[in-house]
Ligand binder design. Structure first.
Ligand SMILES: Nc1ncnc2c1ncn2[C@@H]1O[C@H](COP(=O)(O)OP(=O)(O)O)[C@@H](O)[C@H]1O
Ligand SMILES: [Mg+2]
Length: 210
């Protein structure tokens, strides 16, 4: 499919000798994004052939930083300030790279949409959180947008639930939840009207059989 072509062209460009480092990094992102779309198509659209995730050690900080770079231009344009706080040593988790990248992108894009008028701050925090049943890592994205009214909060789990956007599809959070569930993790969305949204992903360090 054409994504393979985009990916390998970008790989090829990345090998050019006189490329500045910043461009080399961007070209590498194009290549990895093309691969990610390809993976997404495989794992979400072909419901009849559900592909299982391939778990590998993942530094969540790296995925969060990639999310930041992918959206940096959009954040800048909308005057959204992004901060990243890493609390202590964060161990790698066993996870599926492309799908986890998608989770952070979807959550960050929701924050972006919510703050696209008047700007704001997206505060991302990585922290260690051990639960009685498992050790794990948490990633919290807290925005300063308008928040979600209580009456709508319980509808966030409904596929195709979208509210207040011209181009909302309403699958972003559904996909996030599916991916997090398949890691035996949790996703919580907390909000008070006027108080922004706190989206927290928790992923256990280890997957059974990984
Ligand atoms: N950070 C946020 N701030 C305000 N509202 C949000 C936020 N995240 C999600 N929402 C609300 O939840 C709805 C569903 O989100 P999502 O599943 O990503 O679908 P979509 O973004 O396509 O509408 C959004 O339409 C929006 O009303
Ligand atoms: Mg969304």
């Amino acid at each position: 499919n054409p994504l393979i072509g985009i990916g390998s062209l970008a790989d090829h460009m990345g090998q050019a000798r006189d490329l500045p480092d910043s461009l080399r990094r961007q070209v590498a992102l194009i290549a990895s994004e093309a691969r990610r779309i390809d993976e997404l198509l495989g794992s979400h659209l072909s419901q009849f052939r559900p592909r299982s995730f391939e778990f590998q050690p993942i530094a969540l900080e790296e995925l969060v930083r990639d999310t930041q770079s992918l959206l940096s231009e959009a954040f800048r344009k909308r005057k959204i300030h992004v901060t990243l706080t890493v609390e202590g040593e964060i161990p790698a988790v066993e996870g599926a790279r492309g799908p986890l990248q998608q989770v952070f992108l979807n959550l960050a894009m929701n924050a972006l949409d919510a703050m696209s008028e008047g700007g704001g701050t997206l505060a991302i925090t990585l922290f260690r959180e051990n639960r009685p049943e498992d050790e794990g890592v948490g990633v919290r994205l807290a925005d300063t947008g308008p928040g979600i009214p209580e009456a709508l909060l319980k509808r966030l789990n409904e596929p195709f639930f979208t509210h207040g956007k011209a181009k909302g599809v309403g699958l972003g959070l559904t996909i996030c939840r599916d991916i997090v569930d398949r890691h035996r993790g949790t996703l919580s969305i907390e909000s008070s009207e006027g108080g922004g949204v706190r989206a927290t992903v928790w992923i256990p360090l280890r997957q059974e059989g990984a």
